[in-house]
Design a protein around this ligand. Structure first.
Ligand SMILES: Cc1ncc(COP(=O)(O)O)c(C=O)c1O
Length: 362
């Protein structure tokens, strides 16, 4: 029997984990006479990792906090900034775990529709006047659409945040995974006074390390550290120390280059399969990341689609989770990172056949 095809989750390729390098770092820490990595550590994460991050981002160490997973850091930001009923802006579609968290905090969420180069400006401008506390965005190779914001839209958001006095949460786990084209400026580098940045090594090293971090003003870091201390005391000091050691040894550049070599042809395969089998539907052409979002030309019974796909050996994500306003009967997120080119193409072929059959019934 052929292996199931996983279009449900955008997980990293197993063959890309830098296992030998991590083994070296684990051994170095485990056999070191220093026992720091074994102990409780600071609530903001181990010092060597924070030092490396501060240097890499050109900020002070007081601007850096490391934690177990960037969703945990987003949760802390919600806890220190948000009261129930207050307004938050998101992209639509949006990373589903963030949608869930905002619901849990009772936020009044305004979803801004996404275009090929970032948010639609008219709804964004209107929403900015509704006294948002912050806007959450993934401006590089967004989860779930693969969209990258243009420099002009990044600048526009910073201008809006300054004039309407709200913050921006820039979530950048995919930023290093650019396979072609040129990098847009980070929002935090355009407007450091209004932006905090989350990032994660999940997609670049390995999600099992849970190595993530926040770049923010010192008062935000202190408030976040207080929540961390009273919630989980300290993040996983050993795994974060291994991450710090891996970064300190200079493995990042080669790892990113290896990921680009591995993923670029997979993205190519995804786009050419979409061009071949699903040309009548709408999708952006990402220059990096791990997803391509597809908006179908006609609504479809998503539950039946998932069931039919599953029967054909293809797992597909529930597109509804990425939407706040209404369920989407047309959106599909297609990840390509963990599959070789032949599997990516086969997955799109199966999917398009099922969609064709379903649409033919109407
Ligand atoms: C936009 C975005 N933010 C955060 C994360 C989660 O990162 P972490 O593994 O650090 O929690 C993901 C993972 O899929 C993501 O897509």
């Amino acid at each position: 029997m052929s292996k199931r095809i996983n279009f449900a989750r955008g997980v990293p390729a197993e063959e890309a984990f830098p296992r030998a390098q991590l083994e070296l770092c684990v051994q170095a820490l485990a056999s070191s006479r220093e026992v720091v990595a074994y102990q409780y550590g600071p609530a903001v994460g181990p010092l060597p990792l924070r030092e490396w991050l501060a240097d890499y981002h050109g900020v002070d160490i007081a601007n850096v906090m490391a934690a177990d997973g960037s969703v945990a850091l987003f949760d802390i930001l919600c806890r220190i900034w948000l009261k129930p009923g207050e307004t938050v802006l998101i992209e639509e579609p949006c990373y589903d775990r963030v949608v869930n968290l905002l619901r849990r905090y009772g936020a009044n969420v305004i979803a801004i529709p996404m275009e090929a180069d970032g948010p639609a400006l008219e709804p964004l401008n209107a929403a900015a006047r509704r006294e948002p506390v912050f806007m959450y965005t993934v401006p590089d190779f967004q989860n779930p659409t693969g969209t990258t914001w243009s420099a002009a839209k990044r600048q526009h958001l910073v201008d809006l945040a300054r004039s309407h006095d709200f913050r921006i949460v820039e979530d950048s786990p995919y930023r290093l995974l650019r396979y072609n084209g040129t990098q847009e400026p980070s929002i935090i580098n355009i407007g450091r006074d209004v932006t905090v940045q989350l990032s994660s090594f999940s997609k670049v090293i390995a999600p099992g390390l849970r190595a993530a971090y926040l770049i923010a003003p010192p008062d935000t870091i202190s408030a976040a550290a207080e929540v961390a201390e009273s919630t989980y005391v300290t993040p996983g000091n050993f795994a974060l120390s291994v991450t710090g050691e891996w970064l300190r040894r200079g493995f990042l550049g080669d790892q990113v280059a290896a990921l680009r070599r591995l993923y670029a042809p997979r993205l190519e395969a995804m786009l050419s399969a979409l061009d071949e089998f699903m040309a009548g539907h709408r999708y952006v052409r990402p220059e990096g990341g791990v997803f391509v979002g597809v908006t179908l030309a006609h609504p479809i019974d998503a539950q039946r689609l998932r069931k039919e796909a599953s029967n054909a050996g293809l797992d597909v994500a529930d597109g509804d989770g990425f939407f706040i306003s209404k369920p989407s009967a047309t959106f599909l997120r297609l990840p390509f990172s963990s599959m070789d080119e032949v599997t990516v193409r086969r997955g799109v072929e199966i999917l398009s056949a099922i969609i064709g059959n379903e649409l033919a019934k109407h």
